[in-house]
Design a protein around this ligand. Sequence first.
Ligand code: S3P
Length: 424
Amino acid sequence: MTGARFSVDGPTPLRGRVRVPGDKSISHRALMLAAKAEGVSTIRGLSEGDDVARTAAAVAAMGAELDGDTVAGGSSRLHEPDAVVDVGNSGTGIRLLAGLCSGFPWMTVLTGDASVSSRPMDRIAGPLRQMGASVDGRQGGRLPPLAVRGGRLRGIDFAPPVASAQVKSAVLLAGLEAEGETVVRERLATRSHTEEMLRDAGADISVHRVGRGLVVRLKPSRLRPFTIDVPGDPSQAAFWVVAACLVPGSDVVAEGVYVGPGRSGFLDVLERMGADVDLENRRGEVADVHARHSALRGTVVAAEEYPGVQDEIPVLAVAAALAEGSTEFRGAAELRVKETDRIATICSELGSLGARIEPGRDSLVVHGGGPLEGGSARSHGDHRIAMALAVAGLAAKGRTDIEGWEAVGTSYPAFGDHLADLAG
Ligand code: S3P
């Protein structure tokens, strides 16, 4: 397959208002919980990316009935899928679906693209097996495809060895069908969408904060149908926010963005860097994020902050490259097992535009001061690397060509159109 190329001329200021796609994490969960709920749920504003489209197709293959904004689910509709379920590029899709399918007394085979096929699944296979599911895959279940045969589960008391919302969520989704209580103890709290959405769908669930971590307790539960307006994805808003901070003359408002727990850490980091960013029109956990050009300085992003900023590190690295002084991202080993090894791809691709970045085993040190020069760089099939490169291109001098642009389709197909609108 020959990839698509996207070119950006810089420096280009961005001005105006933008509505980013619905949050990807919430979208996956909304579809899976609606498939479990006994009746018809309404989901408005789903992410438009391929990852979420794959999850929609997956729950449809399991018997959920999708029609416009509605999903009819429940035990009388669900059945063994006829064919292998393909999650495409989505790590969240495969890990959460493995948890969901562990609750079903039949076989589901889950596969994905080359990137997903190289990502570690033992982190979910281990606890799901402890609960009583049969989970097999390549290398003894360490790699996809995964064959999950569920049913007859028992609750476990589990402390995930990595801070991962996907692991927590897989265990909780299985826990809906387990006998007895399922407990997940996180040393560092990760995004809380699954717990919150399970509670809103009537699950018997409690959450207690313990220091920086939390303990979630779930009893087997039947879910009731729900209505949700999926808020804008903060991980996508981050691209526009950083671009606005970096390019003189910029003034951007990303509308209706989720700013709740575990997702707005990038705003704290940018604030420490001196960014001119405000939350406006706040309603609950949703706000408009207003960003203007500002002089940035380096900072240290501590290991404890990692779970709350991880998806934004590619674009924060662009901000850091143009800030005064150095920025260090610590405790970031998990970046090595994302859609790409992001420690490597951030270094090589931003490096090819002139950024000076030192990789560590579990860290990145970005030496700021710029400037960035236009050039040629590659996404490596990673949507967040592609979009971070576009932001770098907006701030760089000259033309930047990004190879492998089609990767943005996994989470933000309209990114190029939105860029043209804001630059116009
Ligand atoms: C996600 C959790 C995070 C994040 C991913 C989405 C989720 O992954 O990087 O983009 O929706 O649960 P980990 O669970 O691997 O930390």
